[in-house]
Design a protein around this ligand. Structure first.
Ligand SMILES: [Zn+2]
Length: 238
């Protein structure tokens, strides 16, 4: 009888150990890249791009196959739709590296916010970058006050609140508005309930940057560190 109990205890111990191994394996497969490491990868990739020394990583046939069933992009990039600012190119990244949301003026709406939240919640991305760019047409349209047709006003309206603030600052007002808009959108993303708890816990960072069309350089706000919720661009309805 005693032997029987020992056998049961032994079997239970093996099952427990197996369960622990499976959990560890799951965590390993979901292992994510830290925000700091993600930022380093973006900076290094942009440097390669600026120096015209891109390595075009992660575009092999093997990479295609490896990503067939899952993805773990190391960063989320919200950028403008402008044809001159493709994130994979300016950061020299490949398949499965970046979860990208592009919309004119890198503005926020519910679908954009939901897309960013999805990547953080389900794909394990820990760095969110909002990237504006110099001479952004959407920002210039918001500053011009010109009445646009169709659905274009929805984009312009999202940027208008920061125009006055940008004009009150020294320097080029369009540059100021581009930087403020990106910083403001980053602030609103940081405020979303789903992202905020991770930002507060230090597991996710939301930062902003401005891309220079002439040099190809991405200038990260405050050296890539977190920035305050500056500006008051329209929040999405949540
Ligand atoms: Zn733009």
């Amino acid at each position: 009888m005693k032997t029987h109990y020992i056998t049961i205890l032994f079997a239970a111990a093996i099952l427990f150990a197996a369960a622990r191994m499976i959990t560890a394996a799951d965590h390993a497969s979901l292992e994510t890249v830290s925000a700091a490491e993600s930022l380093s990868r973006l900076k290094e990739g942009n440097e390669r791009f600026v120096r015209h020394r891109p390595t075009h990583p992660d575009q092999s046939k093997e990479r295609v196959g490896a990503l067939a069933n899952s993805q773990h992009p190391f960063a989320v990039v919200l950028s403008c739709s402008d044809s001159r600012v493709p994130p994979e190119v300016v950061f020299d990244q490949g398949l499965g590296d970046l979860f990208i949301v592009r919309v004119a003026g890198n503005t926020l709406n519910d679908a954009v916010l939901g897309s960013v939240e999805y990547a953080v919640e389900h794909l394990g991305s820990r760095l969110v970058l909002v990237m504006g760019h110099e001479k952004c047409g959407a920002v210039q349209a918001a500053m011009s006050g010109h009445q646009e047709g169709g659905h274009i006003p929805s984009i312009v309206k999202a940027i208008e609140p920061i125009v006055k603030e940008a004009r009150s600052q020294p320097g080029d007002p369009v540059h100021n508005a581009v930087a403020l808009n990106a910083r403001s959108v980053a602030g609103h993303l940081r405020d979303s309930a789903l992202l905020n708890k991770r930002v507060a816990a230090g597991t996710v960072e939301v930062i902003s940057a401005v891309y220079n069309l002439e040099s190809g350089t991405v200038q990260f706000d405050s050296g890539g560190g977190p920035v305050g919720n500056i500006g008051s661009a329209t929040k999405p309805k949540t």
